[in-house]
Design a protein around this ligand. Sequence first.
Ligand SMILES: CC(C)(COP(=O)(O)OP(=O)(O)OC[C@H]1O[C@@H](n2cnc3c(N)ncnc32)[C@H](O)[C@@H]1OP(=O)(O)O)[C@@H](O)C(=O)NCCC(=O)NCCS
Length: 199
Amino acid sequence: MAHIRPFRAGDEPALADICLRTADSGADATGLLDDDDLWAEIFVLPYVARHPDLAFVVESDDGRVVGYIVSAPDTAAFEEWFRAEWWPRHSARWPRPPAERSRQDGILQYAYGRGRADVPYSAQYPAHLHIDLLPEAQGQGWGRRLIDMLVAELQGRGVPGLHLVATADNAGALSFYPRVGFTPLPSSAGVQAFGRALA
Ligand SMILES: CC(C)(COP(=O)(O)OP(=O)(O)OC[C@H]1O[C@@H](n2cnc3c(N)ncnc32)[C@H](O)[C@@H]1OP(=O)(O)O)[C@@H](O)C(=O)NCCC(=O)NCCS
């Protein structure tokens, strides 16, 4: 039976693969950048490195990991850790681009900028999340169950709110979050943020 279980060490390659295969506004991002590995090093692996106890996975009938939710309970602290400790490990492999000439340059500039500016939304909604399911696992209630699981865990720790930022052209995500308790927040061009109070 497919089920949700806590993240465990060794799941990282499966999480990186799911991240890549859903990173282009919900669609497969394979081959979009010069280096497919970059997505996971920014959007999923730092979370399970820093907060493995706030990550849950969907395991299929045949024992494969087909989806995940990861989170940081204190976004400002997480961004600071990302800047000071996580990203420097990657700066030799992916140097800072001098200008934004490609999509990869834009993503690298985002990574280099993390922890260097005020974090929007974090006063009211200190935690943030990333959730991704392979197409085979979508539309069966796993997304809602993963959100419920994370919300219960964060509530147990007294975290007052949770947010996330989706790309504005991710139609599936824009439909999903309001159905699972999130409210749209004022957002920059090209993205749509959502928040949910947990008190
Ligand atoms: C977005 C995503 C996490 C939703 O998870 P899911 O398991 O497919 O969604 P669920 O089956 O739990 O659906 C929960 C509710 O959202 C709605 N919903 C989910 N996906 C939807 C879609 N693509 N279009 C319209 N409604 C959708 C469902 O109808 C359901 O509503 P209801 O319970 O009121 O009937 C998942 O589809 C996914 O991983 N997509 C690709 C990666 C991605 O875009 N991640 C988010 C990045 S911000």
